[in-house]
Design a protein around this ligand. Sequence first.
Ligand code: ADP
Ligand code: ZN
Length: 733
Amino acid sequence: MHGLVQIAPLPPVPLHDLFTYRVPEPLRARIRPGMRVRMPLGRQTRTGVVAGFADVAPPGELRPILDVLDADPFVPPDLLELCRWTAGYYLASLAEVLAAVVPVALPAPGRERVVRLLRRLTPEEEAALARRAPARARAYRVLCAAPGGELGGRAARAAGLGPPAVRALVAAGLAEAGLRPRLRPPSAGTAEPRPPLTPAQRTALDAIAAAIASGDAASFLLHGVTGSGKTEVFLAAAEHTLAAGRDVLLLVPEIALTHQLVDRVRARFGDALAVLHSGLGPRERWDEWRRVRHGGARLVVGARSAVFAPLPRLGLVVVDEEHDPAYKQEDGLRYNARDVGIVRARLARAVVVLASATPSAESYQAARDGRHVLLELPDRPTAHPLPPIELVRLRGRPPGLLTDELSAALAANLARGEQTLVFLNRRGFAAYLQCPACGVAATCPHCSVTLTWHRAARALVCHHCHHRRRPPPACPACGGPPLAAFGVGTEQIEAALRAVHPLAAVERLDRDAAQRPGAQRRILGSWQSGDTDILVGTQMVSKGHDVPGVTLVAVLLADLSLNVPDFRAAERTFQLLVQVAGRAGRGDAPGRVIVQTFRPEHPSVAAAATHDYAGFMARELERRRALGYPPFSRLVNLRLEGRDGARVEHAAREVAARLRRQARALQLADDAVLGPAPPPVERVRGRYRWQILLRAPDVRALRALARLAAACGPALGRAHVRLAVDVDPYSML
Ligand code: ADP
Ligand code: ZN
């Protein structure tokens, strides 16, 4: 029996975390952490989530909560604990985390009545309901008495409840009866025949299955070359988990690029699957959350935010392509879904499998330290080994990036009727427009970057703030000739290929091409069915697809991602090259990869060319150790930004000075506080930015420092300077 509760309001109140409320006597027996309540807040009535109980009342008069909305915790206990961990680790408030986790669309008033139906009613309440809403009361009774689904569904429809409400009622009915929906038998509806596992796959699966059977937490790094059958292994592990009565969470970097995997999972697991992604409307997201929460879906596939899906009996977390930067949330609540997934598995005593052909330096080092069990799949099970990679050295200023070697290979591939993937990690037509007379380039008025020329749209576009403008008729600086295009983007390559091969079906996949609704699915669809001869694209084409007809992969300019001022640039480049090369030769015909570069001797390029992950990573880890970068240190990035550049700089200097004093008190090394310095892109959307980078071997000391900085937040806010704390930062541009 608890009289005081702490509530996280939805949405949260800025600069506040939890609020304490009194629980009226009749609600005390029922209320538990993770349940939603209605409560007064200011002059409004709001919904909130019970974060926990309070022992001591804060000073002042306490207001009572008005109602408890759930019969079972809406946020299950291990998920609530995960939210608490997330708030603590990423220096956010619990209210902020819960707001990011719990679906925002709370039920409309009519729907709220349905939701209230879902908790067990007392006999008096039921009698009252029967008087007020006889049909709904009937539906409720039918569901409680015979929660078989069909019968309940018909009764609910008769009661005038719409399909989402019916689904919710049925799910709740099943949950209350302690039943779970039946799984489609594994053999039904499988689109693909299941190959017998290779010995390496078998060894990996046996290790994971043993951990699942033990019921204890365990963590694995599944490192297998592209096309080695990692997916087969973790889908088989998912079957073991479901058979053991526990649920599965499968995280993917980007759901839109993963249709193939989703189809494969659906073919195997049918209706037990829920797909969570940002494309869901608020209503759908709400329905899926409820379905998952009440055991209506036993397997969730989703991108980063799905790591918080309310699976009640989590047994397996798979993080596919664990190295992918898309797992890092870059605004709002900044978290890394891979790392949260690892913690979630630990809290739920579940098994976690991180899968990749190019594991991140962090995960690989963790495996070397014994924090993950390393499982390796060194070969492809199919007849064809990894494709050979040919390096083509670029010299001087390449007119169009289509070298003779590449053009010949492409023409030969087309003549054989085979598919070609052309990769260039820069969208747009040209990189920038520059005055041929005075050399001034067109730049964004809000950000300190050049604008990218998109010829089809006849627009100069800022890739940071999306500012668009028409090109000026004359150079704005010297009044001279019109600006000329320099540099090459995917759009220009597409146009060039169409011109050279007018009969070939050429398509482009990048963020511009994928903007129209359904475009992405259509482009990938005709690529997979073999209708597209040449697909030109950015890193969007490097992941996820298994298209057997692709025999030639061309990387036009490998250097692009090397020239980024980021300590992960070498790792990122290696990963991109290996991943994109891995798209070739997955079918019966052997593959071929051509990589064009100005620096064929660069370690990232040279190692990728020989598919030498171990060699690359050994060197890269030594370099990181020598420079004191992760995984041999931890980082926290503090970003201050505001419209008045001088003020931001002044504030950054003050905060940094304070942090240095504190770092000395904590006996941290002299270089624990780096900066302040402006990031490479100093101004974005009209806001000036300064950064302070905290670095130490121990994350606890670092978080103590970061907390001190976070405590300056309100004072900075009064000076119109915003502070963002990024723990384990990924992008510092
Ligand atoms: P990865 O996830 O490592 O990229 P997949 O699991 O997608 O690899 O497998 C790549 C291809 O190899 C798929 O077409 C898959 O059907 C096939 N495959 C996987 N395992 C086997 C096996 N044991 N025998 C034959 N083919 C296999
Ligand atoms: Zn801009």
